[in-house]
Design a binder for this molecule. Structure first.
Ligand SMILES: [Zn+2]
Length: 106
């Protein structure tokens, strides 16, 4: 590791601090769906209302996946997804900084 200037944090230290502030984080999306239960004579299904369920959808190992989420976790999951987007933006800045640092060294 190259020495850092006094009073200036190493870039990885600054990154770790910013990334830690973005916990909890998640990548994916949150969607309300209306499930059909299949029970004959279900009034909710007959009316088209169905049975609302919250799904967290994401890609893992190249495949689209979904998990049901307890409704009381909706706010926390939305915040986590927002944090995840901020983390991705932070990683783009890391890429730009790495390319620029490489240019300056030549
Ligand atoms: Zn039903």
């Amino acid at each position: 590791m190259k020495p850092t200037q006094p009073g200036r944090k190493a870039p990885e230290t600054a990154f770790a601090k910013k990334a830690a502030a973005l916990w909890p984080c998640a990548k994916g999306s949150l969607t309300w769906v209306r499930n059909r239960c299949g029970r004959p004579g279900c009034k909710r299904c007959a009316s088209g209302e169905g049975h609302p369920a919250l799904l967290y959808t994401f890609r893992k190992d190249g495949r689209q996946r979904a998990m049901s989420v307890r409704p009381e976790l909706e706010g926390a999951m939305r915040k986590a997804i927002e944090n995840g987007r901020a983390l991705e933006a932070l990683m783009v800045e890391c890429g730009i900084a790495t390319v620029r640092a490489g240019r300056a060294r030549r």
